[in-house]
Design a protein around this ligand. Structure first.
Ligand code: NAG
Ligand code: NAG
Ligand code: NAG
Ligand code: NAG
Ligand code: NAG
Ligand code: NAG
Ligand code: NAG
Ligand code: NAG
Ligand code: NAG
Length: 595
């Protein structure tokens, strides 16, 4: 009975398949024309186009095989992801092997024929912002409601939580409260969305912030600005406005496409031969997603150019410096040093580090900033570890003898320092360790020669751990997370988290991971001969893990799975949701009052 049914599905499918081959270019014609003129298209037009993309079961299963090979060999949280979430975090355990194998069967039997979202979902469940699949055809659409939602805490009687609505298109809606979304209570709708659909934090409060504004970054405002095809063509909001009666608005999605990928969309997304070609990855090396030159983070290419800003708060009694650091880039080290020196010259006695909306970046920057602000003895970064396959051992030995500390290779011991001594590795086997368990070969990041030179030529600052406070909206990811966690765990710098869910503790950082790379790079580094990597679905994954450590250098749990709520909490209101400097004043109060 079951087999018969399967066959009939296959038959139906095959007919559709022929149709869709002819149709894809037709269905996408309007989309293509609009995008070329940097215009937008209607939701239904975009949906038809996306659904017409050709499917090929062999290609789909190859994608899964490649993803499973990469993840099972190099993903540092492959086993840990199967465990229950630690208290404070909110996510479900994920058995990647089981999920991907089941997906593979569905593709093979053509029970499922829409590759793009299907492959992405099991990875999104990990709530590890470093690990995901991006399809070059599918994931560059932008779905925009053209409005921003804020969550503020009103000051009335019981401090009841409310959504405040800010409409970019129609300013008369500003400060209306959103009571319902699609007929359901607004707040719960956002919480559910953050819970199920946002992948970039294990902390639900942080995901809640990411669903909403304020935002400078690509991962914020995700409820109204999406990268995956929404289920419906519009969203209905019930509003309750201060100077007006209740009203309902229905907002259609405006669909556009990321500029720099339009060439790809036009040239091969509708063509099955192009999509299944496994050799075209070279064509996309120029898209700048992942480069091999440095251990940098992919987010670098996505970020706004706002780099750093320094302010002085002066109430006549005590001067407090504010440093906004929203990215971690090597080429910012001079500017950062200059900024802090300026604050010192202007007499800042204390320091607020506003690290909100920081998507991370260069993994040696945390080390640089720690050394710059809090001159400390080694080790001055968290220890890390990586998975070593048998066939990688000989590569490590070769790298030890041939590669210098500037010559980046993930598996070059010369690029790191041994833990806990902070000395260079004496030989390859010291780096490799016993391999009996993951933590047998811990090592530290090393400062780059440029950073070292700059530090050698900078006189130290007088700020102590007690003079500094870190402020974030929870979206302080990757390298930013490693930095703030190191300040907090090892140097006992206090932290403030803004927003999130009322009366629920919240993390000040998210997905510290250790290091991200792509499947093709990790295999090249490791000396893995696995071929058939379909790079149209670019897999990015965490390949190094950082460990929590206390002030005495005692190694604790994996950082990614350690719940670290902030010491203090602030909430958004109508004013500070739009003007972050009001949050600095609150932070200065906390900084000046604390023991
Ligand atoms: C929300 O709007 C819909 C449509 O106008 C209306 O039927 C519903 O009663 C509204 N809900 C509330 C709580 O006002
Ligand atoms: C009140 O709502 C109506 C209908 O939604 C709208 O046309 C009008 O501009 C609003 N007035 C104010 C003062 O917000
Ligand atoms: C995709 O296929 C079309 C038509 O066969 C061809 O002209 C184009 O060069 C191909 N593009 C790539 C990137 O392979
Ligand atoms: C790797 O090498 C060790 C020691 O030689 C051996 O015990 C182990 O089975 C090998 N692992 C694999 C997956 O081949
Ligand atoms: C990969 O291929 C090379 C060249 O054929 C071979 O020397 C090496 O042993 C292979 N490595 C593995 C892990 O199979
Ligand atoms: C590697 O260095 C360690 C630490 O100095 C030393 O104990 C070990 O004997 C060395 N191993 C080899 C193979 O040289
Ligand atoms: C920085 O100073 C240290 C200690 O004085 C020295 O060992 C190191 O070589 C210097 N580095 C650079 C790049 O000048
Ligand atoms: C140290 O910094 C000063 C001021 O920025 C600069 O003039 C000097 O050349 C630097 N010295 C070295 C050795 O880099
Ligand atoms: C670190 O070591 C000191 C001195 O041995 C001890 O007093 C302190 O409790 C230790 N701290 C932690 C967090 O273990």
């Amino acid at each position: 009975m079951k087999i018969i049914q399967l066959c009939s599905i296959v038959n139906i499918y095959l007919i559709l398949f022929v149709v869709s081959l002819i149709d894809a270019k037709l269905q996408c014609d309007e989309v293509s024309r609009a995008f070329k003129k940097k215009g937008s298209v209607d939701y239904n037009v975009a949906k038809k186009c996306l659904e017409s993309f050709p499917f090929n079961a062999e290609y789909a299963t190859k994608n899964i095989d490649a993803a499973l090979h990469t993840l099972s060999h190099y993903y540092v949280f492959f086993d840990r992801a199967k465990e229950k979430s630690p208290s404070g975090f909110t996510y479900q355990p994920v058995d990647l092997e089981r999920e991907l194998t089941s997906l593979r069967n569905k593709f093979l039997n053509q029970i499922m024929t829409f590759l793009y979202t299907a492959l992405r979902n099991p990875l999104f469940k990990l709530k590890d912002g470093h690990t995901r699949i991006n399809n070059i055809c599918y994931h560059h659409f932008i779905y925009d409601q053209k409005l921003s939602l804020y969550s503020v805490i009103t000051t009335d009687k019981k401090g009841k939580k409310k959504q405040v609505f800010n409409d970019k298109l129609d300013p008369s809606n500003n400060d209306c409260e959103v009571t319902e979304i699609e007929g359901k209570p607004a707040l719960q709708t956002i919480i559910d969305f953050a819970s199920d659909r946002i992948a970039y934090s294990k902390d639900l409060g942080v995901r809640f912030n990411m669903a909403l504004a304020p935002s400078l970054n690509v991962f914020s405002q995700q409820f109204t600005l999406r990268g995956d095809l929404p289920e419906t063509s519009s969203i209905k909001y019930n509003l309750s406005c201060p100077k007006n009666k209740s009203s309902t608005i229905e907002r259609k999605w405006s669909v556009t496409y990321e500029d720099k990928f339009i060439f790809a969309f036009d040239n091969f997304c509708f063509n099955i031969n192009n999509i299944t070609a496994l050799s075209f990855n070279d064509n996309f090396a120029s898209s700048g997603k992942v480069t091999k030159s440095a251990p940098s983070d992919i987010f670098e290419t996505l970020k706004s150019s706002i780099a750093k800003n320094f302010y002085l708060l002066d109430d006549g009694k005590i001067k407090v410096g504010v440093a906004i650091i929203n990215e971690e880039r090597q080429d910012l080290i001079d500017a950062l040093k200059d900024g802090f020196q300026k604050l010192k010259r202007k007499g800042a006695k204390k320091l607020i580090l506003d690290m909100s909306n920081n998507a991370g970046g260069d993994i040696s920057l945390p080390l640089f900033l720690t050394s710059l602000l809090l001159s400390s003895k080694q080790p001055n970064s968290f220890p890390t570890d990586i998975i070593i396959q048998n066939f990688t051992v000989s590569k490590i030995e070769k790298n030890f003898n041939s590669k210098g500390p500037n010559d980046y290779d993930l598996y070059s011991p010369n690029f790191y320092l041994s833990f806990p001594s902070g000395n260079p590795f004496k030989n390859a086997s010291e780096f490799i360790g016993s391999r009996k368990k993951r933590t047998s070969n811990l090592y530290l990041n090393a400062l780059s020669p440029n950073e070292e030179k700059l530090l050698n030529n900078t006189s130290s600052f007088s700020w102590t751990s007690d003079d500094i406070i870190i402020l974030t909206n929870g979206f302080c990811a990757s390298a930013c997370a490693v930095l703030t966690l190191f300040f907090s765990e090892v140097h006992k710098v206090k932290t403030i988290a803004v927003g999130g869910l009322l009366d629920t503790q919240m993390s000040f950082s998210t997905f510290p991971g250790g290091e991200i790379t792509s499947s093709n790079l990790i295999m090249e580094f490791a000396g893995d001969n696995f071929t058939n990597l379909p790079v149209a679905n670019a897999l990015l994954l965490t390949i190094r893990e950082s460990y929590d450590m206390d002030i005495n250098g005692t190694v604790k749990d994996v950082l990614e799975y350690s719940y670290k709520p902030a010491n203090y909490r602030l909430y958004y209101d109508e004013k500070n949701a739009r003007d972050p400097s009001l949050l600095w004043l609150e932070a200065a109060k906390i900084l000046n009052n604390k023991a």
